[in-house]
Design a protein around this ligand. Structure first.
Ligand SMILES: Nc1ncnc2c1ncn2[C@@H]1O[C@H](COP(=O)(O)OP(=O)(O)OP(=O)(O)O)[C@@H](O)[C@H]1O
Ligand SMILES: [Mg+2]
Length: 186
């Protein structure tokens, strides 16, 4: 994968697979160009064994199970910019969930371009219309702030409308694109 947005889609799909009813994708870039991407969910969480498997590349050689590459590649994408990677996860009943945080130095020549994050978010939401997602992208450099919360959308749209309806997809896409074009006044 050559674009960060495709990795984000991949990592957020893990959250959906883990049964999360709410997944939050938060991107935040400071004035130095350090970009923190965190994907937080309330899914089933990872056991210590799985956690070890996804964070320790050598651990995988000891098991015969199929090993996914989603998280290791995401980690690599961050670390090759001089950034960092961190996972927190809990399987504790009632408060289980996972938070994957990756920090990128966007000034690095090895930082992949973001790609089409708007399409990624719309694809993710319309692919799991019964799940909730919160997306935010705050960029201090460009004084730009983008936000979408499917829970708010449901409140406005009512129960009869599914988030995978074509007109809703188009609306989300326009809504996000508009925010990306606007700079916040301050
Ligand atoms: N948000 C999450 N909640 C619970 N478990 C997770 C989460 N993300 C990853 N995992 C666990 O970690 C494993 C590895 O994830 P990873 O994305 O690296 O590979 P994968 O999803 O198995 O395969 P791939 O992404 O290559 O299709 C998953 O199979 C799953 O067991
Ligand atoms: Mg995966």
């Amino acid at each position: 994968m050559k674009e960060l947005s495709l990795h984000i889609l991949d990592v957020a799909k893990n959250s959906v697979k883990a049964g999360a009813s709410l997944t939050e994708i938060s991107i935040s870039t400071d004035t130095d160009g350090l970009m923190t991407v965190s994907i937080t969910d309330n899914g089933c969480g990872m056991t210590d064994e799985v956690l070890k498997r996804v964070t320790d590349p050598f651990y995988t050689t000891r098991t015969t199970r199929k090993v996914g590459l989603g998280l290791p590649l995401w980690r690599l994408a961050a670390e090759q910019t001089g950034g960092s990677f961190h996972i927190e996860s809990s399987t504790e009943e009632g408060r289980s969930g996972t938070c994957v945080t990756a920090v990128f130095d966007t000034k690095s020549i090895d930082c992949m371009p973001m790609g089409d994050i708007v399409s990624t978010v719309v694809t993710l939401i319309s692919g799991s219309p019964d799940k909730d997602f919160v997306f935010s992208d705050n960029d201090e450099r460009n004084k730009r702030s983008v936000y979408l919360d499917t829970r708010q959308m449901r409140e406005i749209l009512g129960d009869g409308v599914s988030l995978d309806a074509l007109e809703i997809q188009m609306w989300m896409s326009e809504y996000l694109c508009e925010q990306y074009e606007n700079k916040t006044e301050n």
